[in-house]
Design a protein. Structure first.
Length: 126
């Protein structure tokens, strides 16, 4: 259970640090990586949904046994994002530097899977 707590706390902190600045970078992204973003609702919707998931990770970290089923959905969130970035990179629609985020989320997804199975094999002490 400690492994799951650590993994989900780390994911929470990482996600908040990476996603929160995006709320203030809408115009900067368009200038540094043209063309400008033309659908702000999609952009802010993604950032808000992503940030919301970070708080789901915090909830899981506080009680991994109780929220174990959410771990599988968390794996889906991580692998889904990583797979999307890999496909975009393969289509030459993404910079190679952005693959750091695909790798980070993919690694967290793997850790989430380990946490899921490790938490299931531990006795329930609550």
């Amino acid at each position: 259970m400690n492994f799951a707590r650590i993994v989900f706390y780390v994911a929470f902190v990482w996600g908040v640090l990476v996603l929160t600045p995006l709320f203030f970078m809408f115009d900067i992204i368009g200038r540094q990586d043209p063309p400008p973003i033309t659908h702000p609702g999609f952009y802010y919707g993604f950032v808000t949904a992503g940030l919301t998931w970070q708080f789901v990770f915090l909830v899981i970290a506080r009680n991994p046994v109780l929220f174990r089923p959410l771990m599988l959905l968390s794996v889906l969130e991580k692998f889904g994002y990583s797979a999307s970035l890999v496909v975009l990179y393969a289509q030459r629609r993404l910079h190679s530097s952005d693959m750091v985020f695909a790798a980070t989320d993919g690694l967290l997804g793997i850790f989430f899977l380990f946490a899921f199975f490790k938490t299931g094999s531990e006795p329930n002490r609550s």
